[in-house]
Structure formats: C-alpha cells, structure tokens
Design a protein around this ligand. Structure first.
Ligand SMILES: NC(=O)c1ccc[n+]([C@@H]2O[C@H](COP(=O)([O-])OP(=O)(O)OC[C@H]3O[C@@H](n4cnc5c(N)ncnc54)[C@H](O)[C@@H]3O)[C@@H](O)[C@H]2O)c1
Length: 390
C-alpha cells in the first residue's frame, strides 16, 4: 500500500509531524494530520498555509491551494481509519508511543503500515505493543523535515522484510535520500555523530583549548558548517544532552558515549542555548563573543582528535552491520551536512594513520573511550581502504 495513492496519516503536529505532513502533501498524497492538543494542531495548520504560500511565491511549488486542499486536520485518532501509512511523531516517551500504536491498530485496516519517527527509542519495543508488529518500522526524518534530505528507514526485529524496500522507494518518490539502519540506539546519525560533541567538550574540559578555538578549528580547518559548541547551543541542551544520555544508557553504559558534566550543568541551569539566550555562549545583545586562538598547530590537533573519534564510530557501525558503507556516508553528509563521508575521510587520511592517532590517545589515557574498532585495526594493519582509490 506504499504507493502514490496512499493516504498518509501523521500523528503529532509539532516541529517534526508538521514538516513530515508537508513533505507527504507536496509529494501528492492526501494527508490526515492529527494532534491531541487542539491549539498545537491549529498552530500547525496556520503555519503550513503560510509556508506553502511562501513556497509558491518563491516558485518552489506550483499551486499552494491544491496542496492545502489535500490536508485534513483531525481532532480524533479515529479519523486516521482510512489511512494506508501512518507516521507517528509525538512526544519521545516509549509508554505513550506504545499506547498510541496499540490504539491506532484497532482503527486502521489490516494492510495499513505504521511508522515511528522516534530519534532514540527502540522500534522493536514500539512494534511489540501491536498485535501485527510485522507492519511496524522506523522512518526517522531530520529537522526541518522539508529541507533535510536524509531519512533513516529502520526495520524492527518483527518487521515484514518486503516493507523496507517499499518504504525506501516511497521516500525516494518524496525526493528524500533514504538509508537503511539497524534498530540499534541512535540508528546511524545520532550514534556516529556523538564524538563531534563529546570529544569537543572533553578537549575543552581538559583545558587544551577554549570553546571558540575548538569551534574555529572544526569549521576553518575541519570544514564543518558549524563548530560543536555553536551547534549544541543551536540544537538546545535539553535535546542534545538528552540524546547523549539516552544513547549512553541504551549502550549499557559504554564509556565511548559518556555524557559530560559541563553540558549537564548547562541543562540544570536552564542555559539551553540560543533559545534561552545563554548556553555555552552568551547571546545577550551586549555580550562579547570570545575570540578564537587561531594557532594552526593547536587547530590541527583538535581536528585530528575529534575526527579520528568520529571515524572510529563510523567504522565500528560498519563493523557491526548498523548500515552499509554507502549508507553511512550518505547519512553523515545528508543528515548532518558533514563536508565528507567519514569512511572516505578515513581513506584520505589512511586507516593506519587513524589507528595510530587513536592508539596514541588510548595509550595516553588508558580509557576504553579511545579503544579502536576491530575493523579500524584490521584496515590500518593491512593498509586497506573502504572505497577504491579514485
Ligand atoms: N525535533 C527534532 O529535531 C527531531 C528530529 C527527528 C526526530 N524527532 C522525533 O520526532 C518526535 C516528535 O518530535 P518534535 O520535535 O516534533 O516534538 P514536538 O514537541 O514539537 O511535537 C510533538 C507533538 O505531538 C503531540 N502529542 C503528544 N502526545 C500526543 C498523543 N498522545 N497523541 C497525539 N499527539 C500527541 C503534541 O501535542 C505536539 O504537538 C519525537 O519522537 C522526536 O524524538 C525529533
């Protein structure tokens, strides 16, 4: 039932749900958008109309009114009964998601398929709340959904296998770049990206460099669009810290994902980043932004340390079959706009250099956090590449 004529239901009309509903309607589907909060639904409706009209003015879509007409806004879950695909994007709480899925299943037809947009919960445990768990899978969009190309497609343990290529094809029809990820904590992006934040904070906590210098090094030398401290302030510490803590707990407290006290304290202080005017940086109008120390030797040291940790995460995800090498590269370039795929970056630096850098950190700290993936050790020792040389 995953075709152009599918009626798409979206549950939750917040940042993600409204964005996903927009993408589906622009792709030509009839969309039923449901929220249990009438004010949130009203706000989403108003915003969607404004957004689609602006897109028409800019020439990005031909007929905003036709797209708006494809929407219906539902105040009851039962109004999703004739949908063929339902995507859930409600609050990130397992028990609430489970109860919504179990209630939804009683309302829709047997061949309606059900997806969750969860960032960090197990798709398998959401599916387990259903009597037909084989029709449940993950469709993880990135924020803002209309602009970010990546969608992680995640089969639960119980998912009917033929559903995954069908979901992938549908996402391609929606103009998205789908990748397939195993149902493991953080899927691809939220797992592999952890060191971008965690290792940057560690460098700062050790006093090797200040935030402005680390941000400068990773943007000017590393080529990332935003430095980690600027990015964490932008995402908000309520979101970014909670993802880190969830991934850490879900990995049975693997020290590679250990959260930091610096970020936890910001959360406790209510310094959530840009949205509260203060996070790692102070955004008050009269605040003076700290200056970076543009010492290139120090800058390269910072980039090497963060990047080798990111590369190790990507290599380990490949080693544990979380995703294919191609999908890992697409995920990091399309989901978080990294300037290069991490496996290509490893090939460019060479696996033996990456392994030597990581082993030097391990030797210095004797912390499990710096252990090299078995696959990086193999590639480094045997001087192999992940992709053929161009
Ligand atoms: N915000 C992001 O960057 C992002 C990115 C990818 C995935 N996600 C995931 O998407 C989901 C939604 O996140 P968001 O940022 O859009 O949240 P949000 O808080 O902006 O919106 C959630 C909406 O769900 C509604 N809701 C809550 N419980 C409901 C219920 N039982 N029935 C119907 N509606 C209900 C709320 O009224 C609200 O409008 C979460 O699972 C989150 O992890 C978020």
């Amino acid at each position: 039932m995953l075709n152009n004529n599918a009626i798409v239901g979206v549950i939750g009309s917040g940042a993600m749900g409204a964005g996903i509903a927009q993408v589906a309607a622009v792709a030509g589907h009839k969309v039923v958008l449901y929220d249990n909060n009438a004010a949130a639904l009203d706000k989403a409706k108003g915003n969607l109309i404004i957004t689609l009209q602006k897109l028409q003015e800019k020439g990005k879509i031909a007929d905003a009114a036709a797209i708006i007409n494809r929407f219906s806004f539902a105040a009851q879950l039962s109004e999703l009964s004739n949908c063929n695909l339902v995507i859930e994007a409600i609050v990130e709480k397992l028990e609430i998601k489970k109860s919504v899925f179990s209630e939804l299943e009683k309302l829709v037809a047997d061949d309606c398929v059900l997806a969750s947009n969860t960032s960090s919960l197990s798709i398998t445990s959401i599916a387990a709340a259903c009597t037909k768990p084989d029709r449940v899978f993950g469709l993880h969009f990135f924020n803002p959904a209309p602009l970010m190309a990546l969608v992680e497609v995640i089969p639960a343990v119980q998912t009917e296998p033929s559903l995954i290529p069908a979901a992938k094809a549908l996402m391609q029809q929606w103009g998205k770049v789908p990748v397939i990820a195993k149902d493991t904590p953080g899927f691809i992006v939220n797992r592999v990206a952890r060191p971008f934040y965690g290792e940057a904070i560690r460098i700062y906590e050790e006093g090797i460099a200040d935030m402005a210098t680390i941000d400068w090094a990773l943007t000017e030398i590393g080529g990332f669009k935003m430095g980690p401290f600027t990015l964490m302030d932008y995402i908000g510490h309520d979101v970014n810290y909670v993802v880190t803590e969830t991934v850490f707990q879900s990995f049975f407290f693997d020290p590679r994902y250990k959260p930091s006290f610096s970020q936890k304290r910001l959360l406790e202080a209510g310094w959530l980043g840009r949205k509260t005017g203060r996070g790692f940086y102070n955004y008050a109008a009269d605040a003076i932004m700290p200056e970076a120390n543009k010492d290139t030797v120090l800058g390269y040291r910072i980039v090497e340390r963060v990047l080798v940790m990111l590369i190790n995460e990507a290599v380990d995800a490949l080693h544990l079959n979380v995703a294919s090498a191609e999908d890992l590269e697409l995920a990091m370039t399309k989901g978080v706009n990294y300037p290069k795929g991490l496996l290509h970056w490893c090939d460019e630096w060479t696996a033996d250099k990456c392994l030597a850098l990581l082993d030097a950190l391990y030797h210095e700290y004797h912390e499990d956090r710096y252990r090299a993936s078995a696959l990086l050790r193999k590639k480094g020792t045997e001087r192999e590449r992940f992709f053929p040389a161009q």
